[in-house]
Write a protein that binds this ligand. Structure first.
Ligand SMILES: Cc1cc2nc3c(=O)[nH]c(=O)nc-3n(C[C@H](O)[C@H](O)[C@H](O)COP(=O)(O)OP(=O)(O)OC[C@H]3O[C@@H](n4cnc5c(N)ncnc54)[C@H](O)[C@@H]3O)c2cc1C
Length: 277
């Protein structure tokens, strides 16, 4: 029989992680599916009752989100709605209300799927992750955290404790669009998160992150650099979309072919024209 631990503090969690077979569980919406298929036997250490890992707070220009905060709690947060609507938009399109009630932000990040819906938003917003173990805490940019599908830089005994997101300028445009095979409960075929600041019609600063079109979420710096300083016009977006097509490395799978994903990724960029003043 598998042991399940429900620690109520980080101090109680750390010794449990000394067992090399122990698995951390947040909402369980990914882990329990895998558990049924293949995970080795070993105790499960639940994070849900550890207050230090839950909640949203703002300090200066940084929003700090505890890793075990559920996606529903994120949608209920006024700080997220006011300052990080991009993250809110991504969460709103993840799974169903039932999934979001259970699933956590940390779980979506640590699953490290190229289709993880919160990841493009966190990449575009320049989030930093707080990784903690009994011995130390370190900060890692989200872009450096995931090294491949299902692979992260987490060390044995280490957890994702919190996600720190710098608040964009109040006038910044935050945009998210996910393309799936149906409107609800769909894993993305391609997605785009963008955060841009305009000066009149000219793009002063832009960050672009694409989901489901490479082994990890992809920050498309070639397109960002090309667009910076230019007008937000259909022509310029069309040129940048060509750079997106070159930058992505999609695979063909049951949801879409690689060619289709490449085309969708480029088309998603064209939608930014809707934000032209
Ligand atoms: C019906 C259904 C629909 C779904 N739809 C979508 C969708 O549209 N988009 C999408 O992106 N995902 C979707 N998912 C996947 C899943 O719901 C999300 O990835 C969710 O955010 C995972 O969070 P969790 O808390 O349930 O993670 P868990 O299942 O608890 O954990 C996932 C993995 O992360 C590890 N982990 C969790 N928290 C931490 C931590 N703090 N530190 C270290 N490791 C940790 C666990 O050990 C495990 O390996 C869906 C799942 C289901 C069942």
């Amino acid at each position: 029989m598998r042991r399940v631990h429900l620690p109520t503090s980080l101090d109680a969690l750390w010794p449990l992680l000394d067992d090399p077979q122990a698995r951390v569980m947040a909402g369980g919406t990914d882990l329990l599916v895998r558990l049924r298929a293949s995970l080795p036997a070993g105790p499960i250490c639940c994070l849900e009752r550890i207050p230090a890992l839950r909640g949203v707070s703002v300090s200066g220009r940084i929003v700090r989100i505890g890793s075990a905060t559920t996606l529903t709690e994120l949608l209920e947060s006024e700080d997220i709605a006011a300052g990080l609507p991009l993250l809110g938009a991504a969460v709103r399109q993840l799974g169903s209300p039932l999934v979001r009630n259970q699933a956590t932000l940390g779980g979506n990040i640590c699953t490290a799927s190229p289709a993880g819906d919160t990841l493009p938003a966190l990449y575009a917003l320049g989030a930093t992750l707080e990784l903690a173990s009994q011995a130390s805490t370190r900060a890692v940019p989200v872009e450096n955290f995931i090294t491949g599908p299902g692979r992260t830089v987490l060390r044995p005994g280490e957890i994702l404790a919190a996600v720190c997101v710098p608040l964009p300028d109040s006038g910044a445009i935050q945009h998210f669009e996910k393309m799936g095979r149906r409107r609800a409960l769909a894993i993305s075929v391609a997605s785009l998160a963008a955060c841009l600041e305009l000066d009149g019609g000219r793009i002063r600063r832009i960050s672009l992150a694409l989901g489901s079109v490479a082994p990890t979420v992809l920050r498309c710096r070639e397109a960002e650099e090309w667009l910076a300083g230019r007008e937000l016009t259909a022509d310029n977006l069309t040129q940048a979309a060509e750079l997106v097509q070159v930058a992505v490395h999609p695979v063909s799978d049951v949801r879409a072919t690689a060619d289709y994903r490449r085309q969708v990724a480029a088309n998603l960029l064209l939608r930014l024209e809707a934000h032209r003043p």
